[in-house]
Ligand binder design. Structure first.
Ligand code: TNX
Length: 620
């Protein structure tokens, strides 16, 4: 920790590069001055800077170039700079080029070069161009901070480490409105995430309009109440009805919105488990005669679809509408947490097992998923499921999302299947980020920023080079049992999303947590500007939790909040605005006491960190 902090307190040397010899691309893992997140592959800065005054031309011709030009134009207008989108220009201009023939750049990669003639962004796809723009706007502050666009002379070459850079949202446990979904997608795309996994169906609510089965939303989208906190036994409900769904028109609008930001939406329609809301609407596709209601509790219910022909018809009809709405190559069919009790007790299921020559209910689940996969393949789509779909045998072309740790992903990759890593221990943004006693109620777990940041999606010790190619990427999941509001979603997601951004974009070997923390300085103002209710991190520097010393020790703290204050106490009391303010260091002295508790919080202009970070200092 000490070396880390020393690093943070180093005066940043401005590394100046010669303009000559840029034929050879060398890796410069340190882009200290620019504070770009995610950290690019290669950054070279030159002497010089250009200020963009009231007008600038943007050269854009094809659809992607014009799309990105419009975005630049909208962004620059906030600095009172007017953009003229043209086919060519002799003035200083922004030159956008997206051309699939530029094969020196890799898929989604870009080249961003600025000098006194032009700002050039080149890519071989629209997404690369968009990412070049996202990097460009990280050079200068947000309009609130300064009304000037100053661009340093740089050459940046960049490309993503992973093809799948995902963020998920469960809109079923709690429903979130269309505008919020757009905001979620917009902001993830600014950090070069490209896949939005939209969890649309659950026991507690069905959230997508299906024209052929209107009761799915008429009945399935509403629950009469929600369990209050963790009152399972005895059960206590809040007595407040909860509901909502997206119409197909709204979905089309969101898909279009995402497309402009180069985000693919992967919808998830859960089966055979997590289907109680659908069964409340259409009980005939279940295994029992029981009348069900949309579930009001959290957890795993025994109610699952019954693998009858009518059920397959029902599900494939639904998937047909889903496939028409979402251009994504992948459709997620869930597959997780499907208890087999009702299949064990069902005469129909037992006969089907015999008839199909299956050995047990796990193989029946595999039979179920394989049938669904066959249908999706016939629609030119690929099936993706949670790692439980490995049980009883994987469907031939299935992609596995590994959530119960990495074991499922490793097994799938070894057998030649593609994998997305999303292990609960690091990639669950519904988990706590700070001290449980002080944080808002969460489902459990503990995934603070550093743990998220340090996650490596490539299990290099378990897989060989060829098997590693099956790891398509990484995703964070946001389950919302205990996240009832949009503000709360943002609190759980930010700043962890910035760590996810770097895990998914930057090569593991090029990541550096200290540089990341320092870079965050540039990003909290952006999050403020984008009106995101991020979690203000506690001061960094107390992560060790416990240290033993002799005599005195100096402790150094850091906050990436510009103009943020660190306030602390040494007497065990909770720090507040009246506590001592940190300046250079805190001296702990054990000459007159046996132990000291250092407690520190961060305060910014508009927020206070909810949790105090505590360090126990004891006698050696
Ligand atoms: C497990 S992850 C689930 C979800 C819960 C989540 C809570 C997965 C495939 N299933 O249904 O919401 O844990 O963290």
């Amino acid at each position: 920790m000490k070396s880390k902090l020393n690093f943070l307190f180093l005066v940043i040397a401005i590394i100046s590069f010669s303009c000559k010899d840029d034929s050879k691309i060398e890796l410069n893992p340190i882009d200290k001055q620019l504070k770009i997140i995610p950290k690019p592959v290669y950054v070279k800065t030159y002497e010089g800077i250009i200020d963009i005054e009231s007008n600038i031309d943007i050269v854009a011709k094809n659809e992607d170039e014009i799309n990105v030009a419009n975005m630049i134009s909208e962004y620059f207008s906030k600095f009172n700079v007017k953009c003229n989108i043209k086919e060519e220009s002799d003035n200083f201009h922004i030159d956008l080029k997206s051309d699939s023939k530029i094969d020196s750049l890799e898929s989604e990669g870009y080249l961003l070069a600025t000098d006194n003639i032009k700002i050039q962004i080149q890519a071989n796809s629209g997404s690369g161009l968009y990412y070049g723009f996202q990097t460009l706007i990280q050079f200068f502050p947000t309009p609130e901070y300064s009304n000037k666009i100053s661009i340093p002379f740089v050459k940046i070459y960049d490309k993503p480490e992973f093809k799948w850079r995902g963020l998920h949202l469960d809109v079923c446990r709690h429903f979130f409105p269309v505008d919020f979904i757009k905001k979620y997608i917009d902001n993830m795309s600014k950090y070069k995430l490209n896949t939005f996994h939209w969890h649309l169906t659950e026991d507690q609510g069905w959230r997508i309009e299906i024209k052929k089965y209107p009761k799915l939303t008429e009945i399935g989208s509403k629950r009469k109440e929600t369990i209050l906190e963790k009152n399972f036994n005895p059960y206590i409900g809040d007595g407040i009805p909860h509901g909502g769904f997206y119409t197909q028109e709204e979905i089309k609008e969101i898909v279009e919105y995402a497309k402009k930001r180069y985000v693919t939406i992967v919808p998830e329609i859960e089966m055979p488990g997590h289907s109680q809301a659908a069964l409340a609407a259409y009980p005939e596709y279940g295994c029992t005669d029981q009348k069900l209601e949309v579930w009001t509790k959290w957890g795993v219910t025994e109610n699952i679809y019954c693998p009858k022909e009518e059920t397959f018809q029902f599900l494939t009809d639904i998937l047909d509408e889903v496939c028409d709405l979402f251009p994504s190559e992948y459709i997620h069919i869930g597959g997780d947490e499907a208890p087999k009790k009702q299949w064990i007790e069902s005469e129909f299921c037992q006969n089907l097992i015999k008839q199909e020559g299956l050995t047990d209910e796990s193989e029946l689940q595999s039979y179920f998923i394989k049938r669904i996969e066959k249908h999706l393949i016939s629609k030119n789509k690929r099936l993706i499921g949670w790692d439980e779909i490995l049980e009883g045998g994987l469907a031939p072309e299935a992609t596995v999302m590994s959530w119960r740790g990495e074991a499922g992903g490793i097994e799938a990759a070894k057998s030649g299947h593609d994998v997305i890593m999303t292990p609960g221990f690091a990639m669950y943004f519904d988990h706590y980020q700070g001290d449980r006693d002080q944080e808002p109620l969460a489902i459990g777990g503990f995934s603070p920023l550093e743990k998220v940041y340090n996650y490596n999606p490539l299990p290099v010790n378990a897989l060989n080079k060829n098997e590693l190619k099956h790891i398509l990427g990484v995703q964070a999941n946001v389950w919302t049992e205990y996240i009832p509001s949009t503000d709360h979603v943002e609190y759980m997601v930010y700043p962890r999303l910035l760590a996810l951004s770097e895990i998914s974009w930057t090569k593991f070997e090029n990541k550096n947590y200290d540089i990341f923390l320092e870079s965050l300085q540039n990003h909290f103002p952006r999050l403020d500007y984008n009106n995101i209710n991020y979690r203000l991190p506690e001061p960094f520097g107390l992560e060790d939790n416990t240290i033993y010393i002799e005599g005195k020790k100096s402790i150094r703290l850091y906050t990436p909040i510009i103009n943020g204050k660190i306030l602390y106490t040494l007497d065990g009391s909770e720090p507040n605005i009246n506590s001592a303010q940190y300046s250079d260091s805190i001296i702990v002295d054990l000459q007159n006491s046996n132990e000291i508790l250092v407690k520190a919080i961060t305060i910014s202009n508009n927020k206070q960190s909810i949790t105090a970070k505590t360090l126990f200092v004891g006698k050696q």
